[in-house]
Ligand binder design. Structure first.
Ligand SMILES: Nc1ncnc2c1ncn2[C@@H]1O[C@H](COP(=O)(O)OP(=O)(O)OP(=O)(O)O)[C@@H](O)[C@H]1O
Ligand SMILES: [Mg+2]
Length: 252
């Protein structure tokens, strides 16, 4: 199937059910272009985490997933996992080495980067999340929020074309949440897909919002979706309290 190379990620009629029969996705259609910053919102159980896991082939799905013109298949899954970096909702799914530094270095080393390049990528990723001084610590001994930041660094070091994050701000204290927002705002070149309930963060970091409820029920500019109280309420969501004061990313 011919796919425009301008679209970096496309899903066509994506369906996903779990072995117990739960239907998590029932026909997701979406297209994301290079450089877009897209939020994926929806109530608990809407299928956000399922969709993120499906697009990197971690769980089976029916329908098409196309990344940079390449269709996800058993043969291409390795290549696609290099293009889409996923930060899991639970950092403990991402950390398995004796030290934070080894966890962050693992991805670039597996990519075949030179030793110097692995070190450079590791340091930059740790700096980005403010974890450089914790590099030699055992991830098991970190606080949940610190583990979350370490998990983000393990994906940043891979320098993926699409950075997908599942609830990146959960369990971060206000200062580290603010650091994360600033970091996302500065990453101008990056294509971002952010599954989150943190709608204030969405306003500050994303240009476009996809509202998911097993399929995409709304797709529009961040301000349009986040100011549609009727739409949000229909899906159990609330507009951020300080919406009038919020600086939308798109604002001049
Ligand atoms: N391993 C599993 N086995 C069976 N059902 C599952 C499994 N994982 C998720 N589900 C179900 O699939 C649906 C979608 O779950 P998912 O975790 O994708 O939602 P979510 O939008 O990420 O929710 P949250 O906001 O709580 O993180 C839910 O009904 C959930 O109960
Ligand atoms: Mg989830």
């Amino acid at each position: 199937m011919a796919e425009s190379h301008e679209s970096l990620l496309a899903c066509h009629d994506l369906h996903c059910s779990y072995p117990d029969g739960t239907v998590a996705l029932d026909g997701v259609d979406l297209t994301i272009h290079a450089g877009e910053r897209v939020a994926l919102i929806g109530p608990n159980g809407a299928g956000k985490s399922t969709l993120l896991r499906a697009i990197i082939g971690l769980i089976p799905s029916d329908g098409d997933i196309i990344v940079g013109g390449t269709k996800l298949t058993g043969r291409t899954v390795r290549d696609i996992r290099q293009r889409i970096g996923l930060v899991f909702q639970n950092p403990d799914d991402q950390l398995f080495s004796p030290t934070v530094e080894e966890d962050v270095a693992f991805g670039p080393a597996a990519l075949g980067c030179s030793r110097d390049n692995v070190v450079e990528r590791t340091h930059r990723a740790l700096d980005a999340v403010g974890m450089r001084d914790q590099a030699h610590r055992n991830p098991l001994q970190l606080s949940y929020g610190e583990r979350r930041r370490a998990a983000i660094a393990t994906v940043l070091s891979m320098r993926p074309a699409i950075l997908a994050m599942d609830e990146p701000s959960s369990n971060l204290d206000p200062a580290h949440r603010r650091d994360l927002i600033r970091w996302i705002q500065q990453e101008e070149g990056c294509t971002l897909l952010l599954a989150t309930h943190d709608l204030d963060m969405v306003a500050e970091t994303c240009d476009r919002v996809l509202l998911l409820s097993r399929h995409i029920v709304a797709d529009g500019a961040t301000r349009t979706i986040l100011t549609d109280n009727t739409l949000l309420a229909a899906y159990g969501l609330e507009a951020p309290l300080g919406l009038q004061q919020l600086r939308f990313r798109a604002d001049p």
